[in-house]
Design a protein around this ligand. Structure first.
Ligand code: ATP
Ligand code: LTN
Length: 328
């Protein structure tokens, strides 16, 4: 069975973009791959996080992993900081990474441009830690949204560089992005990615949003004045985004939705989109409440970390031996 690994970095609450672009696909993959899913809490602290809020976001995202259908019997779920090999290999791979390649990372350029109170070294070296997350487990595939593809490609380059220098050590990973929904756009500005950095903005639907609030966000989504329903990302980004959301959540092909809506108004399309989104949120939220009440999260993470520690420690030792830092 091929191995697959992915992580989510809950610096805020998880939203519809992270669900459609990533989380939902992890659930579909867990039957066919040996899947590792972790919460990237070390990645969260590249800029200041209020500690109590961070704790809450981390707990919520584990509960949401389970609520969305990840099954601890089928996949390994853990917290990154419970597995020390991530930070250890992260350092060794930072030492294989060049300033030039890290400076070219789009996410670094975007996030550092927005940062007003100091850019941390962690924000800069973050992709080397992400490479360690992936390479420790010999993951063949890494399911991510569009914005993370470049980081997975860097992990692949670092793996190849290491193998060349020290001999065959790492599997070269491949990013896997969904055909529909790899980049869900903001409802208030469909030229930008839906993102939790939108805060309480109308552009982002959080998985734990009140259903009425979520419905209002869809009903007030920015569209255009062309008065036709087409999938045309360039000229009709708002309508195309709603079509992608509907198609991803209902599994109905985009063309079929477009055909059903010929001659209809945007209000009708938005209403169906809102119904589909609210149904999805309602199901997730019901399960989320059950998971929180069950009190099982701690044990699930403990078992996940045990398995992850075994695999990753072995890999770390192998790397240290090859590099000559381990002497006996
Ligand atoms: P944000 O930009 O909202 O801060 P992020 O990408 O930094 O989000 P995560 O919550 O860790 O942080 O993202 C988890 C996964 O969801 C990643 O694989 C990412 O590519 C994907 N993802 C995030 N936003 C979107 C989006 N708008 N559309 C599709 N996929 C997304
Ligand atoms: N960088 C990712 C989260 C992340 C990840 C990973 C994803 C950290 N380590 C390893 C896939 C594989 C993000 O910001 N969404």
């Amino acid at each position: 069975m091929k191995r697959m690994l992915s992580g989510i970095k809950p610096t805020g609450q998880l939203h519809l973009g992270s669900y459609i672009g990533a989380l939902r696909n992890f659930v579909n993959f867990q039957d066919d791959y040996e899947l590792f899913c972790f919460i990237a809490n070390l990645h969260c602290v590249t800029f200041y996080q209020e500690p109590q809020q961070l704790k809450k976001n981390l707990k919520d995202s584990i509960a949401l992993y389970l609520a969305c259908g990840l099954d601890p019997q089928k996949c390994t779920i853990f917290l990154q900081s419970d597995v020390p090999a991530h930070a250890q290999l992260g350092w060794l791979l930072t030492c294989q990474s060049y300033m030039g390649e890290l400076s070219r990372m789009t996410q670094f350029k975007e996030k550092s441009a927005k940062q007003t109170d100091g850019i941390t070294a962690g924000l800069f070296t973050y992709p080397s830690l992400m490479a360690a997350d992936i390479l420790l487990y010999d993951a063949d595939y890494v399911p991510v949204g569009d914005d993370q593809k470049q980081h997975v490609e860097l992990a692949r380059n670092l793996a190849a560089r290491f193998n060349n220098r020290y001999g065959e050590t790492f599997v070269l990973p491949e990013p896997v992005t969904p055909k529909i929904g790899a980049r869900i756009m903001s409802l208030s500005d469909p030229t930008k990615k839906m993102s939790k950095s939108d805060g309480i903005n109308k552009g982002c639907i959080y998985l734990l949003d009140d259903l009425n609030a979520a419905r209002k966000k869809i009903m007030s989504a920015v569209t255009d004045n062309l008065a036709k329903i087409n999938y045309d990302k360039e000229n009709q980004p708002g309508i195309s985004n709603l079509l992608e959301i509907m198609s991803a959540l209902s599994d109905e092909p985009i063309e079929s939705i477009v055909n059903r809506y010929q001659g209809c108004g945007y209000g009708q399309l938005k209403k169906e989109a809102a119904d589909i989104v609210c149904d999805t949120l309602a199901q997730i939220q019901e399960k989320y409440n059950e998971v929180i009440a069950s009190g099982k999260m701690e044990e699930i993470l403990k078992q996940g970390a045990e398995k992850a520690n075994k695999i990753s420690y072995k890999k770390l030792k192998k790397v240290q031996k090859k590099m000559g830092v381990d002497i006996f």
